[in-house]
Write a new protein. Structure first.
Lengths: 484, 484
């Protein structure tokens, strides 16, 4: 049966509409395109939506790279690099050396344009954007993959920028894990949500940034950093694969954990008390062959919420094993109603409700249950889902998601997020024409249609050569979680 | 009326008994006394109570210094300094350069004694002891005050040790506050208790350690660290005095906070939602002239629990203003039943109960409401209370506390902690003959009887000269909180 002509048109129209909106969001600085504004919604006050957010720009950047508009991305990388603090700051209220701002905007003074960066000092609740510097490195590497031109990374300014980011990530610290210790709300979830300590999202981005930096750093003069990366990578990888993983077998193990174990031989390393877990819910929810990476792990803490960005990027970056990646996709497929519903896809699941909402979010009215960060639905995540689908050969799932989303997104004028258990309510405070919703949609389509573009953001298996360099450390405990 | 002779005897007997027990707790290494074991309770298995914990030893060390037994303290400082990692560790599971272990023990292999350090890798839940390196510096300075011999600090090994601790504390980091970002349970409360991020206890110890390090570091060769300390001190001081302070005026301000403020002019800097505070309880509990420093401040987080160690050490170290110090003592006096009860003094108040206990502690059975860290009573805190009483000229309060505690402590054989709202239950899992209970009691008595010893741990007002060096930074916002 032939497809009705008006539906065909609609499909094309939606993409055309998206492209037009994306074009409109491009931010110019001194005559050159350098990014995209967060939202181009003329119906409401701009607040900070007239800024270019680093994490938001990633989806625009990737679709620009695919479409050959590499100049915008190059300009973005060059300008944000200039905003990175290069000197050690004595003033504790200033951003640390190496950080990349959360966002920037073009400010005009006496006809002279300049960029104003925000490292969190303007942000609501003054949260620090730890993810920005990690995304910046991931994006720089994507630019190189797209252009096949390594020269940008070899420029001294870029080598220095990469090095400074690695230095702040690998700095001497109080922690004794391969993971990064961060404050609450330091990533896409930029409000208090119980993701202090060692949240999955930042560990996965950290892993991808380490992989990218390792590819781009010139060894000469950076031997110390390269050695530190080579040692950290396998430990971080094994740590996440082992301690963050949840499936029914692992849940069975945790369920019978002894607590209060003292000494190196402890099995319940983090002293998790089973009563703190919703094990009865998970017993029902976890498919036999499904699994996922937990949201956070710390002392007596195993956050069993499912976080989409961390799990999807773990697949894409090869941080999850092949088996774990398949299990994550199986979980999403089997729990489609919960995780995708009527608008792909939930930023996390389930929502914090009642007292837990009150205590963990600090009564945040924007993060009420099943809204915004607290289990709202974020269309931008669709590009990561598409990429993960390509990587795991489950492309049919991504097609299904896009089919669900496309007409509504267009009709609803590309809101940033949706609320409710099924995602059928337009986000209570969502802007329309939110750039990363638009770019994420276009990027998802592109990744499905041309799986080759997965290479922009994906990594191959961690080479055994790198792994072997870490053998002298904890290879005994690392080994079983690296080999498959 | 003459004091009955048996009561007089009892008083002396208690002290004698305490001294005997303290002597018995001394740990020897290669024939030299180097510390005290955590508890000398022959009735139960030692587990890790046969170790010398750095934070526990502080009270023993101070009483030894007062009594002229300075050799033990010197040996302790020298031996723990040797345990400090001096090189950058590539293995992420190893303690960072500069850290001082949580504890150590003497191990004998083939008749050869050596020390085995624990940086948290043996500990239950693998918590990192951030406080150890801070206490170590504070104790080194106390040794110098007691002996009037600066030469130990000037030894190259000690200069290097101080420098390394300062380096890890002042390292480049993600945070944009003068405070230290730490994992949960990194101090005396070494289990999950919602004290992740920027808990008061560690900020106060950080402040005292900065002050102590500033006195002891030779400027030559350490100009960078000294400059960093000089800049951090006034910012940290003003930050705590401003953002952690709670009294009825401040509560009124917070109660009418607007939320979701964007930009540098925001008044509700951390975006606190009033619904997250027990403002109705505080309205009743806060005396007109009383106040205290909050337990923790972060994005949408103001932990209004009262934590004793942080508040008392803030008085002693001069981190609290004179006015704030008086207000803290007033609060303790007016809420004596809650904070002192029948066994001084509560480690924090009030307890986390019901859902809040479940969620914040991760269902920790040792930290059930009104037990152990969760609002249990810890006699060791009495020495800090005595010191704070001396500093604020409220010595009568300390006498009252000692009177309450002494007979029970002796009769109960010096348990580590007490449970219940009034502290009348011996701690559910408390050891007897816990060294810091014993030493804390002796130290409290000594501080009251000879107020001059306060100088071992106290600091004078931060000199205007140091403050002025930071003027170039945020003095506009700092100023009103430094002048009293």
């Amino acid at each position: 049966m032939a497809m009705p002509i008006n539906e065909l048109l609609t499909d094309e129209n939606i993409e055309e509409q998206a492209w037009r909106a994306l074009e409109q969001s491009i931010l110019y600085y001194q005559g050159r395109p350098i990014g995209t504004v967060a939202a181009y919604d003329v119906s409401v006050e701009a607040l900070n939506y007239d800024q270019c957010f680093v994490r938001d720009f990633v989806s625009s950047a990737l679709i620009f790279l695919i479409k050959g508009r590499t100049d915008i991305v190059r300009n973005f990388l060059e300008e944000t690099l200039k905003l990175q603090p290069k000197e050690r700051e004595l003033d504790a209220y200033k951003p640390g050396r190496g950080l990349i701002p959360a966002s920037f905007k073009v400010v005009s003074v006496n006809g002279q344009e300049h960029l104003e960066a925000d490292f969190g000092e303007h942000a609501i609740a003054r949260v620090t954007p730890v993810d920005s510097c990690l995304w910046w490195i991931i994006l720089l590497r994507a630019y190189i993959v797209a252009t096949k031109d390594y020269s940008i990374a070899y420029e001294p300014e870029f080598q220095n920028g990469i090095r400074l980011i690695m230095e702040i990530c690998l700095a001497n610290r109080f922690d004794m894990y391969p993971t990064l210790l961060v404050p609450d709300g330091a990533c896409m979830i930029d409000r208090r949500m119980g993701i202090y300590g060692h949240p999955l999202e930042l560990q996965v981005l950290f892993y991808a940034a380490l992989r990218a930096a390792r590819e781009m750093l010139i060894c000469k003069g950076n031997q110390d950093i390269v050695a530190a990366i080579d040692n950290r990578l396998p430990l971080l990888c094994a740590h996440i694969r082992q301690h963050y993983w949840i499936d029914i077998n692992r849940l069975n193990t945790i369920y019978r954990f002894k607590s209060e174990e003292y000494g190196k031989a402890a099995v319940n390393l983090f002293n998790i008390y089973v009563d703190s877990l919703p094990y009865y819910e998970l017993d029902k929810w976890l498919p036999i062959k499904g699994g996922y990476l937990a949201g956070n792990v710390g002392p007596s803490q195993l956050d069993t919420r499912f976080f989409a960005l961390g799990n999807l990027m773990a697949i894409i970056s090869d941080l999850a094993t092949e088996e774990q990646s398949q299990a994550i996709m199986t979980l999403i497929e089997e729990q489609w109603d919960d995780l995708m519903g009527d608008m792909p896809m939930k930023i996390c699941f389930p929502a914090l409700e009642n007292e837990e909402y009150r205590i963990v979010t600090g009564c945040d009215p924007k993060n009420i249950p099943w809204s915004y960060h607290n289990a709202g639905s974020w269309p931008v995540l669709m590009w990561m889902f598409a990429a993960a689908s390509v990587k795991t050969n489950k492309i049919g799932l991504a097609r299904k998601a896009i089919e669900i989303a496309k007409v509504r997104l267009s009709e609803d004028e590309w809101p940033e997020y949706y609320d409710g258990k099924k995602g059928r309510l337009i986000g209570k405070q969502a802007r329309k024409y939110q750039t990363w919703t638009i770019a994420g949609f276009l990027l998802a389509k592109e990744l499905m249609d041309n799986p080759i573009y997965l290479s922009l953001v994906s990594f191959d298996e961690l080479s055994p050569e790198v792994i072997s360099r870490a053998c002298e450390f904890e290879i005994g405990s690392v080994d079983p979680f690296l080999s498959h």
